[in-house]
Design a protein. Structure first.
Lengths: 338, 362
């Protein structure tokens, strides 16, 4: 009767025991013409009750998953919350034994300290100058190198690229000692001027093998026919690179720009080493500097420090909100190469 | 007539306008010869002089104009040589050079003394320095072997959970990514405020533990590791989540048909299929943890639990030791420690790649 539409349970009927998808609108209609072994667990249960139990189980799992995820998300967010709260608290309230989760008196003056006494703008300017010029330099060298590796044919291409890739494995700490000596041999350390300080922070970071690798992969995806068509039209390599390749690879270039910018924003060690005056240093150095330590008591003024930390974090968050896609893609790309 | 035009064109004797005028509908096909990397024009075989000939200008790139490629590569090669390859060689040299004068570059032979000093075998200034072997190495090992497994396991659980939910998935994904887009020093400061003696952590757990300033070395490791895990989670979640989304749904449907329990689905399907990502994360986070430095500076403001005034650098990591000695201009010791770090990282990367060949499911 309705047997054919339902589960075919008879192996003899068509040779192989094929289970058609479980479409059983009504359990009772099934005509059993084979021996069915019901497991003990399912004994005494109807399809409805099994389905119901499954549904309840699913809801419970979902709710538990959400509780778990939300609890972890709140834990992850807590340091940010605490930063904002502390930045608005009075000194006494920060140091009180009974911590409050919202400031009793909102102290905006902590922020005015950051801009007046701490000289946030100076650090910010240094950071932005260094970020812009090291990003521009990196972009240029990366575009040229990626183009050569992706499109041009020359002897030793694979060998040079392999050497480049191998340098990615070398920890940067290996280079710091000699680079410091190189920079001082250039005369950028002693009697440091502002320009020399900037140069010392910018020039060594004009090259990134990882970005070359990233962009080369992207360039390679651009069909070779485009290149050959441009060649037939008499376009030079140079104009093809800028008019076709670069615009087509712009998502990757945006990712590189943002990641590089963030890298400068976070750089601490090298600027700390090569700059000899406080006024040339970058924002991370300023944060960890002594500006927040009370000269008399030697105690750290947490309120000011947190206000400054907040000011440093906000631009990064804004960048993230506007360029989320590019940042996550650029960071994520690293994982796909495996 | 047409044949003649073709021949002339082949020799390049006609101007473009002339050839356009003389050439009727082109009786050929253009193709790309990948082996020679040139565009070839295939003339129909019925013609007498039918042989493929090359369009000029294309093959130039492949053969004659090697120098063009080197011009494009020149900036990068110069920079890599000056700031990457030379320093690499030079660091090895400094590590093994005897009486190296960093100002003049003078030295008097090769020695293993620098390694002897950092490994507490050779005396320097009448005493043996014990910082590297006493603090830097153990601290780095603790940080590595605590934070790497913990953060990968945590990231795996979070990404599996994130992958299984429907509502707010994108939003929560963004929330978990936030620690990545922060300034490491800024948030390190926040953690040191939270773990202050009268900070929120002690308040929540109603304890009087001293976590940071003046803390016991082993106690101070706890907030440090928590901070490192917190900071390294987003990258791992991102990688694992993109890996999870790439897994074929069929595997899970098959598991559902078999009524496989959830934990079995996780250990038998999800983890094996994610093994390339997990291996990648293991290598990168191992290397990252071995190079931990900024977190210590941010949280402790110095090499030890007494902040900048620390006499004993009890929170120092290997990289901290290197930078500390660069700053003091003890280049020999710094170089020796850097070479040691390099060797360890290379060895572990090699081992993990070897292991991956047998254990990773691709």
């Amino acid at each position: 009767m309705a047997n054919e539409e339902n589960v075919n349970l008879n192996p003899q009927q068509d040779g192989a025991a094929t289970l058609t998808p479980a479409v059983y609108p009504d359990f009772k209609k099934i005509e059993v013409n084979a021996n069915i072994v019901l497991s003990i667990e399912e004994a005494g249960q109807t399809v409805d009750s099994i389905k119901k139990a499954e549904k309840v189980g699913r809801i419970i799992t979902t709710v538990l998953t959400y509780i778990f995820i939300l609890a972890l998300a709140l834990t992850v967010l807590f340091p940010f919350y605490w930063m904002i709260i502390t930045s608005l608290k009075q000194k006494a309230e920060i140091e009180a034994v009974n911590q409050t989760f919202f400031p009793t008196i909102v102290m905006w003056s902590n922020y005015s300290y950051v801009f007046q006494v701490f000289d946030f703008t100076q650090y910010m300017m240094n950071t932005i100058v260094v970020a812009i010029f090291s990003t521009l330099g990196t972009l240029l060298t990366t575009i040229f190198a990626a183009f050569a590796f992706a499109r041009l044919q020359f002897k030793g291409r694979e060998a040079v690229f392999a050497i480049f890739l191998m340098t990615m494995m070398i920890p940067g700490e290996m280079m710091v000692i000699s680079n410091y000596l190189t920079i001082s041999a250039f005369g950028w350390i002693s009697d440091q001027t502002r320009m020399e300080a900037y140069a010392a922070m910018i020039v060594p970071f004009w090259v990134s093998v990882f970005y070359i690798y990233l962009l080369r992969q992207n360039f390679k995806q651009i069909p070779n026919e485009l290149y050959l068509a441009a060649k037939v039209d008499g376009k030079s390599d140079w104009s093809f690179l800028w008019k076709v390749m670069v615009p087509l690879a712009s998502p990757t270039l945006i990712s590189i720009t943002i990641l590089k910018f963030m890298g400068t924003w976070n750089s601490y060690v090298w600027p700390q080493l090569v700059t000899k005056q406080e006024e040339f240093r970058l924002i991370s150095n300023g944060l960890r500097g002594s500006a927040f330590t009370d000269v008399d008591t030697g105690q750290v003024e947490y309120g000011y420090q947190m206000a400054a930390s907040f000011c440093v974090t906000v631009p990064l968050f804004l960048l993230f909100i506007f360029f989320r896609k590019y940042i996550m893609r650029g960071v994520g790309r690293a994982g796909i190469k495996g | 007539m047409f044949e003649k035009v073709k021949q002339l064109f082949h020799r390049g004797k006609l101007s473009e306008a002339e050839s356009k005028f003389l050439d009727p509908r082109p009786d050929y096909e253009e193709g790309y010869d990948a082996q020679r990397d040139v565009v070839v024009r295939l003339v129909a075989p019925k013609k007498k002089n039918a042989k493929p000939y090359q369009v000029r200008g294309i093959e130039d790139v492949a053969s004659k104009n090697d120098w063009k490629a080197w011009v494009y590569l020149a900036p990068v090669i110069v920079l890599i040589t000056v700031f990457l390859l030379y320093p690499l060689v030079n660091t090895f040299f400094i590590a093994f050079a005897k009486d190296y004068q960093y100002a003049t570059g003078k030295f008097s032979g090769l020695t293993l003394d620098n390694f002897g000093i950092i490994f507490k075998l050779v005396e320097i200034n009448g005493a043996k320095e014990e910082y590297f072997i006493q603090y830097a190495i153990p601290n780095t090992l603790i940080v590595t072997f605590v934070t790497v497994p913990v953060s990968i396991a945590l990231a795996l659980i979070i990404s599996v959970a994130l992958n299984s939910i429907k509502w707010f998935q994108k939003f929560l994904q963004t929330v978990f990514f936030l620690p990545y887009v922060t300034n490491a020093v800024a948030i390190g400061l926040v953690f040191s405020v939270m773990f202050d003696d009268s900070g929120v952590i002690n308040f929540i757990f109603q304890s009087n533990t001293v976590w940071i300033y003046g803390a016991d070395r082993w106690t101070a490791m706890i907030p440090l590791c928590i901070y490192i895990v917190w900071h390294s989670l987003p990258f791992k979640i991102l990688i694992l989540l993109s890996g999870l989304q790439g897994i074929d749904k069929q595997y899970y449907q098959a598991a559902q048909v078999d009524a496989a329990p959830k934990w079995k689905v996780l250990t038998r399907i999800t983890v094996p299929l994610l093994s390339p990502q997990i291996l990648y994360l293991m290598i990168t986070s191992f290397i990252g943890a071995f190079k931990e430095y900024t977190s210590v500076v941010a949280m402790f403001n110095g090499p030890g639990t007494m902040g900048r005034a620390s006499v004993i650098p009890d929170m120092e990591t290997i990289v901290y030791y290197i930078y500390d000695n660069v700053e003091k201009l003890y280049t020999g010791r710094a170089a020796a420690a850097a070479v040691f770090l390099f060797a360890v990282i290379m060895a572990f990367t090699f081992i993990q790649f070897k292991v991956s060949k047998t254990r990773v499911h691709y």
